[in-house]
Design a protein around this ligand. Structure first.
Ligand code: AMP
Ligand code: ZN
Length: 475
């Protein structure tokens, strides 16, 4: 049985879907105001891996990931890009620019995730396309006295909702007894948050019963999740940075509106960090997906780095980690190559890869424990090791079974196991030479090993021996 850690209950428990064999999942997506970095990729990959695993164990998954396409950051970016315009056209120009900025970076986000072979969600609602639904939702909150109007804005009243603080583990009473005044002046409590913001000159805005304005950030997710998935759904996900206030506020709005539960399980991914600090636009320590790709045109390496830590823990990115991942991948692909070579020699020894049912119990055990991918990877490397032993002892069929296990698990984890972007024949040839060189080095036949290195060099292939094994790069 699959167990998942739930941020709400702060414990791992058996996953029980609302509808039999179906998982309804909502994940907070990008605010499209800049190029996506590999921290965004981690979040997207974590939930894609959960989705693929659910599918593997027989669930139908409906994944919704929103796009925040109206927001202060988008407006600031657009304003920065605009030549100074004044007069009646200024507002029009800013609104057009906002649209253009949001479209440009959503296109980039799609391109980046496609390049990493991370599938798109089943639904990708945009905030700007759901304004009417948001207005209706806010009206319902006003009617129930969970919201109030002030100065052209509408705010959610945290004091009106008993369970405020439940998700982020904060004491609701303490929170509610916090200071009431705030810089904006018109809120009743400092933790109250905007459901509807009064328009500022020139910014994108929509008509509403409370005047021209735009929705707050939190309301968009409560609305878009429930419009598509229904009021209660199975899993709500996002990065750890979203637990408070974003998810606390989403939950408060949604539960206050109906008086019943919202998302059953809350899953949060840890950060991708650089030297311990969260990778983010604001800290300027980010690597865009595009830049990663220019340097390392292989999504598997980034994915292996992600998989090596549990999804709730941080992952620190470095070039050394990429090298380790390359060596780890090479151990897998070299083993598979060697199995293929044996099969070429004697096709009767092949055990074809079954469609679905390769026995992957150690892998499943790991994944059933809150998607424990480091243990799942260990299961793969144990199979590589025992597969290599089988090969050494001439037990090709047994080695084939290990290969089948590895190929199945890799598929579930979204690892292509493709060797670099060189044609299949030369990749095969390179892999065989690298493997031969390793054997020569193992026998301490260093002259032979050096001769192979020279041959590879002539083919334009650089090799590097790391503590994890040999990796190669074609120039
Ligand atoms: P944003 O566009 O910043 O709102 O982020 C979109 C999604 O990516 C959210 O779920 C964030 O929590 C997540 N995210 C952003 N930065 C990182 C990071 N450095 N590591 C992991 N997840 C991140
Ligand atoms: Zn959200």
């Amino acid at each position: 049985m699959l167990k998942i850690y739930n941020t709400l209950t702060k414990e791992k428990s058996d996953f029980k879907p609302i509808e039999k064999d179906k998982v309804k999942m909502y994940v907070c997506g990008p605010t499209v105001y800049d190029s996506p970095h590999i921290g965004h990729a981690r979040s997207a990959y974590v939930f894609e891996t959960a989705r693929k695993y659910f599918e593997y164990i027989g669930f139908k998954v409906v994944l919704v990931r929103n796009v925040t396409d109206v927001d202060d950051k988008i407006i600031n970016k657009a304003a920065g890009e605009l030549e100074k315009t004044s007069g009646i056209d200024a507002g029009y120009a800013l609104r057009e620019k906002c649209r253009e900025v949001a479209k440009r970076y959503l296109d980039e986000y799609h391109k980046a995730m496609d390049s990493l072979d991370i599938r798109r969600p089943d639904h990708e609602p945009k905030a700007t396309e759901n304004i009417n639904e948001m207005i209706r939702f806010i009206e319902a909150l006003l009617k129930k006295d969970h919201a109030y109007r002030a100065g052209g804005n509408v705010y959610f009243s945290v004091e009106s909702f008993d369970k405020y603080g439940e998700l982020s583990g904060q004491d609701a009473r303490n929170m509610r007894s916090g200071p009431r005044a705030d810089a904006d002046g018109d809120k009743r409590h400092q933790l109250d948050f905007a459901l509807w913001k009064k328009v500022k000159s020139g910014e994108p805005s929509w008509g509403s019963p409370w005047g021209e304005g735009r929705p707050g950030w939190h309301i968009e997710c409560s609305v878009m999740s429930t419009v598509i998935l229904g009021h209660e759904f199975d899993i709500h996900g996002g990065g750890l940075d979203l637990v408070f206030p974003h998810h606390e506020n989403e939950k408060a709005q949604a539960e206050a509106k109906t008086g019943s539960a919202f998302a059953h399980v809350w899953m949060h991914n840890g950060f991708l960090t650089v030297r311990g600090a969260k990778m983010s636009k604001s800290l300027g320590n980010f690597i865009t997906v595009e830049d990663y790709f220019k340097k390392h045109p292989d999504p598997d390496l980034l994915k292996i780095i992600f998989l090596s830590s549990h999804y709730r823990s941080p992952v620190d990115y470095s070039e050394d980690k990429v090298k380790e991942a390359a060596a780890a991948k090479a151990r897998i692909t070299r083993f598979i190559k060697n199995v293929e070579l044996e099969i070429e020699r004697d096709p009767s020894k092949n055990v074809p890869i079954p469609d679905r049912d390769a026995s992957v119990s150690s892998f499943r055990r790991a994944m059933n424990d809150d998607f424990n991918t480091p243990d799942a990877l260990s299961a793969i490397f144990e199979a590589v090791q025992s597969g290599n032993n089988f090969l050494t002892n001439g037990k090709t069929k047994e080695a084939c079974r290990e290969r089948n296990f590895i190929v199945k698990c890799a598929d579930i984890l979204g690892l292509s196991l493709k060797v670099q972007d060189v044609d299949k024949r030369s990749a095969g040839e390179i892999e065989s030479l690298v493997a031969e060189r390793e054997i020569a080095r193992g026998r301490k036949a260093f002259q032979e090993a050096d001769a192979i290195r020279e041959r590879l060099k002539e083919m334009g292939v650089e090799i590097e021996d790391t503590s994890e094994g040999t990796i190669w790069r074609k120039n």
